[in-house]
Design a protein around this ligand. Sequence first.
Ligand SMILES: Nc1ccn([C@@H]2O[C@H](COP(=O)(O)OP(=O)(O)OP(=O)(O)O)[C@@H](O)[C@H]2O)c(=O)n1
Ligand SMILES: [Mg+2]
Length: 406
Amino acid sequence: MQIYKVGGAVRDRLLGRPISEVDWVVVGASAEQMLELGYRPVGADFPVFLHPQTGEEYALARTERKSGHGYGGFTFHASPDVTLEQDLIRRDLTVNAMAEDDQGNLIDPYNGQQDLEARILRHVSPAFAEDPLRVLRVARFAARYAPLGFSVATETLMLMRELAESGELAHLTAERSWKEISRALMEPRPDVFVQVLRDCGALAALLPEVDDLFGVPQPQAHHPEIDTGEHVLSVLRQCAEHDQPLNVRWASLLHDVGKGLTPEDQWPRHIAHEQKGLRLIQAINERCKAPRDCAELAMLVGEFHTHGHRALELRPSTLLELLQRFDVFRRPQRFAEFVAACEMDARGRLGLEQREYPQGAYLLGAAEAARQVPVKPLLEKGFKGAELGEALNRERLQALKAYKDQ
Ligand SMILES: Nc1ccn([C@@H]2O[C@H](COP(=O)(O)OP(=O)(O)OP(=O)(O)O)[C@@H](O)[C@H]2O)c(=O)n1
Ligand SMILES: [Mg+2]
């Protein structure tokens, strides 16, 4: 048997980038041999094994035939007679279809190195279509390597469009899609991920509520970029530039979906878009099976981002309600993430990227002022239960009044 390094490790070494994990392909071996050598099988009928010591993935060289939809829809032909070239040709991108032997020799039958130098993400063969998840993968790689100058080959974008239009993306499981979406949002150019999906028609299949924002105008005074879709892309870009965590990026992606519901005769105004968007955000969260911290923050940012922008004008009682709504006394971090999302929203506007956002410090200061109100004196005065809560609220309101006055 021969073992080759494949995939991301080969690609990233040639790019001079750090290597996060190594994938291997094994040619000329059977599953039985692998088991005898102590490799652990990953799944019952999946020709992938984990190395007994390193835990790295070793896949038997295979050709893949599609038999139906979704995960269960794969059948594999993995046998000792499958060659390295046969295995590589069914991989997603040429830059991912290079192998390296144990002498460090590059095996590159599909010109991955050439595409790497030309900064092109190109599919290897029509076998690309065997796994529609690759549409998301390509968009994710585009988001990761955009700063190096990479873009998607025209013919690959066309194939992605065919896949999107065939309805295949609807059969992806939420788990697989979320893994790609969440990873892509954390890349240096999450906006490129969304843009590439849109360019091939996949955004309309995956996140139609976001796709609908393109072509919807906003008032130029607040949004020099005018287009709501463009605004969302800018906000995502700000998120990456400010190293925001996943939940802030997810909330940013969804914060304005309500604007897609505004009747055209009301454009460019979007009255109550925060409230109107909530049912969309909830539906997206459920459909995508977004983890709780992402889902929750997206709902809160959707509902309250305008409050964030108006922080300095809010009455102390409204401020207190906002803080209570965020349960800021127990969950200060989530409130800080909300404030961060508001700031990204404010900066994700054409020409306003460097603006100050005094609302941010103001809101965090208000939360702190309210949090500082001590409970002990109230307990000592004998307050209990609901009465204690009310007394605490009165004190907090006083603290917020003093904070606003100073
Ligand atoms: N749907 C998929 C998933 C994986 N692969 C192939 O399997 C390799 C390893 O997959 P993975 O680890 O998911 O991606 P990497 O390219 O290694 O990228 P990353 O840096 O994200 O690990 C890829 O390079 C690619 O050759 C593929 O063709 N189609
Ligand atoms: Mg990998």
